[in-house]
Ligand binder design. Structure first.
Ligand SMILES: NC(=O)c1ccc[n+]([C@@H]2O[C@H](COP(=O)([O-])OP(=O)(O)OC[C@H]3O[C@@H](n4cnc5c(N)ncnc54)[C@H](OP(=O)(O)O)[C@@H]3O)[C@@H](O)[C@H]2O)c1
Length: 295
C-alpha cells in the first residue's frame, strides 16, 4: 500500500483564501485591519528568514505588519519594554517574539509580560491554561495546523489511538490537548518513554515532534495509520549540499501508512498560515466581534 500524501500546501492555500476574505470583510464592515508585530533579538540567520516570511505573508493577506529588531546584546529590560509598548499599541493585535532568545533574556519573563490577548503563538501560561480548560481561541500554530490536516484528510478521529512523540510547550503538549479534545485516546511519549516502537504500533494517528532525522522507522507504523511528521531537520545530502528531512523515515513509512505528511510540504506549510489565522482571531476578539473559523 502506498499512503495518501497529506498536502499541507493545498490545505494552507484553502485556509489562506478564507483569511483573505475575512480580512477584507473586517476592513470593509468595521474599518479594522489586523496588525501583526514581530520582534527579533539579535541576527540569527534562520530567525531572520522566519521573521521576513511572516511579515511578507501578513502584508500579502492584507494585514498591517510591524517589525522591530533589537541588538543581540539587548537587556531583558529593553526587550520587556518593547513588549509592553506593543501591548499598549491599539493597531497591534498580535505579537510574536521570535525564539530562541539570547541567554540574558528569559523566555518566561517575556511570556509573563506579553498580553495574552495578543499572544498569537499561544505560549503564555494563560493561553496554555485556556487550552487545558477547553476554552482557548488562540492555539499554538503548528498543533492547530496539524488538527486542520487531520480534519481534511481523516475527518472524525473520535475513539482513535493517537501517539504524540515529544512534549514541548510549543508542540507536543498542545497537540495532545487538541487530540484529546477531538476525542482521540492520547498517549504522550518522550525521551524517557520505554519501548517507543510498541507504543507507535498501536497508533492510528502517529505524530512525531522529536527533532531527530528519520528517527521513526517504517516497522513502527501500524498499517494504514495516519503519520504526521512535525520534524524539520537539515541533513547532509552529499556533494556539499544539504536537504530537509522529518523525524520519520518517509520513503519507507509511506509504504505502510494510510496517509503521511511529507517534509517539506506537510505540517510546515500550515504553521505560518495558522499564525495569520490567530492574528485575525485576536483582532476580532479585541473588538468583541465573532471569531472566524479556518475550515
Ligand atoms: N513544522 C513546523 O512548523 C515546526 C514547528 C515547531 C517545531 N518543529 C520541529 O519539530 C521538532 C520538534 O520541535 P520541538 O520544538 O517540539 O522540540 P523540542 O522542544 O526539542 O522537543 C523535542 C521532544 O522530543 C523528545 N525526544 C527527544 N529525543 C527523544 C527520543 N530519543 N525518544 C523519544 N522522544 C524524544 C524530547 O523529550 P524530553 O522532553 O524527554 O526531552 C522532547 O519532548 C523539531 O524538528 C522542530 O524543528 C516544526
Amino acid at each position: 500500500m502506498t499512503a495518501t500524501i497529506i498536502d499541507g500546501k493545498v490545505v494552507a492555500a484553502k485556509v489562506r483564501e478564507r483569511i483573505v476574505a475575512a480580512t477584507a470583510k473586517l476592513k470593509a464592515e468595521h474599518g479594522i485591519v489586523p496588525g501583526l508585530a514581530t520582534v527579533l533579538v539579535g541576527n540569527d540567520p534562520a530567525s531572520e528568514i522566519y521573521i521576513r516570511n511572516k511579515g511578507k505573508t501578513a502584508k500579502a493577506i492584507g494585514f498591517n505588519s510591524f517589525h522591530d529588531t533589537l541588538p543581540a546584546g539587548a537587556s531583558e529590560a529593553a526587550v520587556l519594554a518593547k513588549v509592553k509598548a506593543l501591548n499598549a499599541d491599539k493597531s497591534v493585535h498580535g505579537i510574536l517574539v521570535q525564539m530562541p532568545l539570547p541567554k540574558q533574556v528569559r523566555d518566561e519573563a517575556v511570556l509573563d509580560t506579553l498580553d495574552p490577548a495578543k499572544d498569537v503563538d499561544a505560549l503564555t501560561p494563560y493561553n496554555a491554561g485556556l487550552l487545558l480548560s477547553g476554552r482557548a481561541h488562540l492555539v499554538s500554530c503548528t498543533p492547530a495546523g496539524v488538527m486542520m490536516l487531520l480534519k481534511e484528510y481523516v475527518g472524525d478521529i473520535a475513539g482513535m489511538e493517537a501517539l504524540v512523540i515529544g512534549r514541548s510547550l510549543l508542540f507536543g503538549k498542545p497537540a495532545a490537548q487538541l487530540l484529546l479534545a477531538a476525542n482521540a485516546t492520547v498517549t504522550m511519549a518522550h525521551s524517557r518513554s520505554k519501548d517507543l516502537p510498541m507504543l507507535a504500533r498501536r497508533a492510528d494517528i502517529l505524530v512525531a515532534a522529536i527533532g531527530r532525522p528519520e528517527f521513526v522507522k517504517a516497522d513502527w507504523v501500524k498499517p494504514g495509520a495516519t503519520v504526521i511528521d512535525v520534524g524539520i531537520n537539515r541533513v547532509d545530502a552529499g556533494e556539499g549540499k544539504t536537504k530537509l528531512v522529518g523525524d520519520v523515515d518517509y520513503e519507507a513509512a509511506k509504504e505502510v501508512a494510510g496517509a503521511i505528511t511529507p517534509v517539506p510540504g506537510g505540517v510546515g506549510a500550515m504553521t505560518i498560515i495558522c499564525l495569520m489565522h490567530n492574528t485575525l482571531i485576536a483582532a476580532c476578539a479585541q473588538n468583541n466581534l465573532p471569531l472566524p473559523t479556518a475550515l
